[in-house]
Design a protein around this ligand. Sequence first.
Ligand SMILES: Cc1cc2nc3c(=O)[nH]c(=O)nc-3n(C[C@H](O)[C@H](O)[C@H](O)COP(=O)(O)OP(=O)(O)OC[C@H]3O[C@@H](n4cnc5c(N)ncnc54)[C@H](O)[C@@H]3O)c2cc1C
Ligand SMILES: *[C@@H]1O[C@H](CO)[C@@H](O)[C@H](O)[C@H]1NC(C)=O
Ligand SMILES: *[C@@H]1O[C@H](CO)[C@@H](O)[C@H](O)[C@H]1NC(C)=O
Length: 458
Amino acid sequence: MKLPVRGLAAALNSSGKFKEKAPEAVVDHLVVGAGVVGLAIAQRLCDKFPSKSTYVVERHSRAGEETSSRNSEVIHSGIYYPADSFKTRLCLRGRELMYQRCRALDIPHRKTGKLIVAKANQRPYIENLHLKALKLQWPPYSDGKLVSSPVLPTALISGDEARAMEPNLSKDISAALWCPETGIVDSHSLMESLEKDILESEAGDLAYTTRVVRLDPYTSRSFAPNADAERGWVVHTVTGNNQGTESDAILARTVINASGLSAPFVLNTLLPQEQRIPMYYARGSYASYKGPGISGISHLIYPCPDTGLNAHAFASLGTHLTLDLNGKIRFGPDIEFLEPPSPDASEENMDYWTRHLIPDDSRLEQMHLAVKQYLPEVVAEGLQPDYVGIRPKLVPPGAGFQDFVFQANYPCQFGGLGVVRESPMISLLGIESPGLTSSLAIAEYVVDDLLSSINSAQ
Ligand SMILES: Cc1cc2nc3c(=O)[nH]c(=O)nc-3n(C[C@H](O)[C@H](O)[C@H](O)COP(=O)(O)OP(=O)(O)OC[C@H]3O[C@@H](n4cnc5c(N)ncnc54)[C@H](O)[C@@H]3O)c2cc1C
Ligand SMILES: *[C@@H]1O[C@H](CO)[C@@H](O)[C@H](O)[C@H]1NC(C)=O
Ligand SMILES: *[C@@H]1O[C@H](CO)[C@@H](O)[C@H](O)[C@H]1NC(C)=O
């Protein structure tokens, strides 16, 4: 029997390399991570609070170098997740905000629509999705003008109707679910538009090649002259390729942790060992394709997810066909849970997943088998390893549905000054798919709901 996958429960600064020191500057909002989610939140903070300072710190030399540039770039319709989950609510709302922003700012995108294709025995799966879609309600903040139309229009069509849209679909496909709202977006242009808004705002700034290495609640031990007046978090950062122990310390009144695959490590620093949040990393490989069997393809094509004994639709949507805006065709992502080198919390292990980012041909045979189920003329020789993305999972394989998590913590919970609801640190955990689609709605939820309710309670 295969042993269960271990989670990694690492913490920042577990070796104590970076020593406590007094903050040298103060910022109202500190956003950790310039992926699409961190940028969207920072952009909204700058927009809503123009006189408050908002800094984004990112360890790479530019935005979106991790998961935000290693995904399918699909604007999801929001059909797959439980109706009352954050994933459904924020995907539906995020999709609307995404199309609005793309239209307003000329961000390259296309509403391609998608087909979820089913063999005879998979028909109940798409029928259920169709019924679920019919019942979905418009999420909070939706434009009132839209409310009379369905939030997630779908159509159940026959195999022949599907083949009229995509002639090379297998004869074994006996039905399909057509989702016209699905599309694709150039995620880099989206992130550039957010960066531009932040830089052009009054009090927003971006610091690249700057990593957070330590975080403590602000206490009177934090040596500041007006210690009693301040609340917040002392955040240590290191800029450049400095490998030493010199860090800069800044007092952040609010911290937003959008550090993706590393998101639990900050919190883990503050939690006792047994309460640390473990992370699971699930690799998704893509293959580009040139060859027969894909003539004229213009829609995204998804198989029914494997819902067999050891698989789960919530873990992965199955190896599907995506198009990019240049019409390039690729297949993926598949799913492969990674094993950390050791389960212990040593800092050297934190980024062990980076060595799995190199695409290789070990996945091609499996991928070809999966694709042939719905596009039978696709040939193995046409597949080339393309790129790899890693999903930040909060639960191990087989664990069922896991929603996005928005966790609020306060300095006083860890011995800092203030009371509960003062100086929040919001941690965004498990922001896997549909995180790109949801990004603008996640920002709306975090800034307009979470932070506003916290601030108004003070
Ligand atoms: C294979 C795959 C396919 C996907 N397909 C889709 C899709 O088609 N549609 C969709 O909607 N979603 C999709 N997703 C999900 C989507 O890509 C993610 O939800 C989204 O990109 C998450 O963005 P983020 O900003 O939270 O994380 P990230 O992009 O990972 O950003 C986190 C940032 O934090 C930085 N960071 C980490 N630690 C530190 C530190 N200590 N100091 C400073 N900076 C730090 C990192 O460098 C990184 O840039 C897919 C994901 C995967 C893996
Ligand atoms: C694939 O589609 C094209 C039309 O777009 C058609 O000419 C060709 O016969 C199809 N191939 C198969 C095997 O159906
Ligand atoms: C926020 O991000 C940092 C940087 O990766 C991480 O170490 C920390 O645990 C996160 N904070 C929380 C509360 O999870």
